[in-house]
Write a protein that binds this ligand. Structure first.
Ligand code: HEC
Length: 412
């Protein structure tokens, strides 16, 4: 009796193993939308390519994807999509958006095979993007004082001065953002204004135009958002101090697609630290304010360095140039001469700048030299060149000026 049960079980196992093998070997056909492609799009594209979000078309249904097949193949092969600027091998960042070579190849063979839909029953369930405030309701929400409608015919960089209602210093562990009009809000950078200077520039709550920075002095960065980004809590025990009485100056980049814009009222959500604050997050920058880029120079190199005066841990990094910027990298040269690559952005685009958070903070001993190196194209060939004909360019916050700066968040 026992023996028969055993033999029966063995038979069942062998049967399924064989069936499984048959399935594996017996599926040499091209990838299908329902099976492979839909899953790649869910995991890597739909955070932006869904109705109402930043990308100009959705990539959800078979029809969506088939309509764009050739471009999808091209843009993923060139690694233009999903947009992710830092190159591999310099910095290990949170939230990396980089397709595996396998996924790129699957997309290519799917398109080459004529984009088969496959069997609808293979489709995954729809992906839940968690809506707004994926971490739950923030402790404090800072909203633009009034709603604002950006121009429909050009990009607008606008700063809004927002008061913070609090009777004491706030210690922030996570910052999240709720773009009002997801289709046009391209990035958000909030700054801490401890002097109240921003209130004078933003007289009626509808903001003021600001391109390269906040246009006020001594403004520390509070965070950064770009499409598709998710809130990243700071390491445990680390927090940002928002001093009592400070205002938040929020820079928003609006980018209209096909001349369409909506009404925006973007919000910042602050999550206060629940644990004891052991380390304060500070910001500093390695930069070169003496930069000079002669008219016509196609590949001008600008370097800036600083020496670290304490043992520090770098938590995040934010490379920043304007429209002439081609590439930027930051290296840390340790006292023993070892070079630690911090970040490398080989194809810089002003439209896709970002604040990158290290998966593990990078320890740098006192005496380390941080070096930022940017390359600039100030020739006619640069279609983004704001000066036609090209002019000599120096440091400044206007779109016709340049910057060479890497901001970084660190703890001591
Ligand atoms: C972080 C947001 C984001 C993610 C993630 C993203 N896209 Fe995009 N995509 C955009 C935006 C925005 C545009 C419009 C062009 C622009 O502003 O650069 C775009 C444009 C495109 C285009 C048209 C490009 C052209 O000029 O013809 C294709 C094709 C595309 N995306 C495919 C993809 C695919 C495939 C994925 C996933 C593998 C993906 N995108 C992931 C934001 C995103």
């Amino acid at each position: 009796m026992r023996k028969t049960t055993f033999l029966f079980a063995l038979f069942v196992i062998l049967f399924f193993l064989a069936a499984d093998r048959r399935r594996a070997v017996g599926h040499p056909g091209p990838p299908t939308f329902s099976k492979e492609i839909s899953r790649i799009l869910q995991d890597n594209c739909q955070s932006c390519h869904r109705p109402g979000d930043i990308a100009p078309f959705p990539l959800i249904s078979y029809r969506d994807a088939a309509a764009m097949g050739t471009q999808i193949k091209l843009m993923t092969k060139l690694r233009q999509m999903p947009p992710w600027k830092p190159a591999e091998g310099a910095g290990d960042f949170v939230g990396v958006r980089r397709l595996s070579q396998r996924d790129i190849d699957l997309i290519a063979s799917w398109v080459d095979a004529g984009m088969p839909e496959g069997n609808k029953s293979d489709l995954p369930g729809p992906k839940d993007f968690g809506g707004d405030w994926v971490l739950g309701a923030p402790d404090l929400v800072l909203a633009m004082p009034k709603s604002y409608t950006p121009p429909a015919d050009r990009d607008e960089y606008r700063c809004f001065s927002i008061p913070v209602q609090s009777n004491n210093d706030l210690w922030i562990s996570t910052i999240d953002f709720r773009p009002g009009d997801r289709a046009t809000v391209h990035h958000i950078v909030p700054y801490i204004d401890t002097t109240g200077a921003s209130a004078k520039l933003d007289k009626d709550g509808t903001g003021f135009t600001c391109f390269g920075g906040p246009l006020i002095d001594n403004a520390d960065v509070l965070g950064g958002w770009s499409p598709g980004s998710r809130p990243t809590p700071l390491p445990d025990g680390t927090a940002i101090r928002l001093p009592k009485g400070a205002r938040v100056l929020m820079q928003v980049h609006y980018h209209p697609h096909f001349g369409q814009v909506g009404v925006d009222r973007t919000e910042i959500g602050l999550y206060l630290t629940k644990s004891e604050v052991k380390k304060q997050l500070h910001y500093d920058a390695v930069l070169n304010t003496q930069l000079f880029i002669p008219a016509g120079a196609p590949n001008q190199r600008i370097e800036g360095t600083m020496t670290v005066s304490d043992d520090i841990e770098i938590v995040s990094i934010y490379p920043h140039m304007h429209l002439l910027g081609k590439s930027m990298r930051v290296d840390a040269i340790l006292p023993d001469g070892t070079v630690v690559p911090m970040i490398n952005v080989p194809q810089y685009e002003f439209q896709w700048q970002g604040n990158y958070v290290y998966r593990t903070p990078v320890k740098l001993p006192r005496g380390t030299v941080l070096r930022v190196e940017g390359f600039y194209d100030n020739s006619d060939a640069n279609t983004q060149n704001p000066n036609s004909p090209p002019k000599d360019v120096r440091w400044g916050e206007a779109s016709t000026d340049e910057m060479c700066v890497a901001l970084f968040g660190y703890t001591r």
